[in-house]
Design a protein around this ligand. Structure first.
Ligand SMILES: NC(=O)c1ccc[n+]([C@@H]2O[C@H](COP(=O)([O-])OP(=O)(O)OC[C@H]3O[C@@H](n4cnc5c(N)ncnc54)[C@H](OP(=O)(O)O)[C@@H]3O)[C@@H](O)[C@H]2O)c1
Length: 353
């Protein structure tokens, strides 16, 4: 009898795909059985494909890399797939995998705006999974469906904001992100462009930062997501010469302004469904507050709780809005592969897989 679910990784040779393959090596519920990537990588063993790209994930898998359109092979070799495909490939293929009966747990942005696709953060909106049967019915899919993760920078500030919104009602958010190089995938931004520099533009990121939180904080009505209303968000997104870890400087206005003590207590006590359900990748403390004046820092804090906690610091009054703080999360772990695995664990625990 099989004891673990067999999983495929689409885009297995990319920055996020390599994290998936490494993190799934000793997973208690899932095992990697199928890998797919572009035509350049297909037909090689995983180790050969990575060596040719000049990468090494430290995982010497001998599994072959399939062409992404070998969906029939995926259907017979796995129970569901993680998608770490680039945006265009995700748009073309994720639906095809779902239509073939495979649940797709995605990191890509391709379907985040679909009105019947949940943008899931297990600690924040697990109830959004209830839309899955509607999605399947509407699209004529029997077993397959698509669940996605939000943009990688959102986790840093949405974690601390969500429990405060529940308690005090958020009206305005000003956020400036400083996003790591690995967020652009491999090989990403050229070294001569980013060393000694900050690039004040990341295509599409500000739009995602201003709309995805509203979907995540929204609700299901008549089989589609309706965005949360009454919150305005203004985002500046910058690429900075940091390897991993997105930092966000945030100012917030509330309907009713909380005290610093109330905020710190709420962050300290925040847990969420993944921990209540005992999911293997759930952090013990999803929001970690650092009292030091100069924290969080990517180098020191990105690996907190195996890269699954959001580290927050510098909580203080804001002379323009109500309060401000700095928050940090690991873009490739909580913001991508580990967060995707946590989503799959939640789906499994809730009997969707
Ligand atoms: N990096 C992050 O921190 C992060 C965080 C959250 C979400 N994301 C999202 O996650 C996805 C992957 O990001 P990444 O940073 O890992 O990108 P990446 O390093 O560029 O990897 C892209 C992967 O997609 C494959 N691919 C590209 N075009 C393809 C095609 N036409 N057919 C089949 N496979 C194709 C690539 O295969 P080859 O290697 O063979 O070219 C590679 O495996 C993206 O949608 C990104 O927006 C990334």
């Amino acid at each position: 009898m099989r004891t673990k679910l067999r999983v495929g990784v689409l885009g297995a040779t990319g920055m996020v795909g390599q994290h998936y393959v490494r993190l799934l090596q000793n997973h208690p519920w899932f095992e990697v059985s199928y890998l797919a990537a572009s035509r350049e990588s297909a037909g090689k063993s995983y180790a050969e494909a990575l060596a040719e790209k000049g990468c090494s994930s430290g995982v010497m898998l001998t599994l072959p890399v399939h062409r992404i359109d070998e969906i029939a092979a995926a259907s017979s070799e796995c129970d569901f797939v993680f998608s770490a495909l680039g945006p265009e490939a995700a748009l073309e293929y994720e639906r095809q995998y779902a239509a073939a009966g495979l649940p797709v747990v995605s990191n890509a942005s391709a379907h985040r705006n679909d009105p019947d696709v949940p943008v899931l953060i297990g600690e924040i909106n697990p109830e959004h999974l209830a839309i899955i049967p509607e999605q399947q019915k509407k699209r004529g899919w029997k077993k397959g469906f698509i669940v996605v993760k939000p943009n990688c920078s959102l986790q840093s500030y949405l974690f601390p904001l969500y429990p405060l919104h529940r308690a005090f009602g958020i009206k305005k958010i000003l956020v400036t992100t400083m996003q790591a190089l690995s967020g652009a995938g491999y090989p990403g931004v050229s070294s001569l462009d980013i060393l000694d520099n900050v690039i004040p533009y990341i295509g599409g990121e500000e739009e995602k930062s201003e709309t995805e939180p509203l979907k995540i904080l929204g609700q299901i009505e008549n089989g589609r997501f309706v965005h949360a209303s009454g919150i305005s968000i203004s985002a500046h997104c910058n690429r900075v010469p940091v390897a991993d870890g997105h930092t966000a400087c945030v100012s917030v206005e509330f309907a009713s302004k909380p005290t610093g003590e109330e905020i710190l207590r709420i962050w300290r006590e925040f847990r969420g469904a993944p921990q209540e359900l005992g999911l293997p990748s759930a952090p013990l403390q999803p929001i970690v507050y650092r009292e030091e004046k100069d924290r969080p820092q990517p180098k020191l804090d990105r690996h907190t709780e195996n890269g699954m906690a959001v580290t927050v610091g510098r909580l203080r009054d804001c002379p323009v809005l109500d309060i401000r703080f700095v928050a940090l999360s690991h873009n490739a772990l909580r913001g991508a592969a580990s967060g995707g695995i946590l989503n799959a664990e939640l789906l499994f625990r809730k009997n969707y897989l």
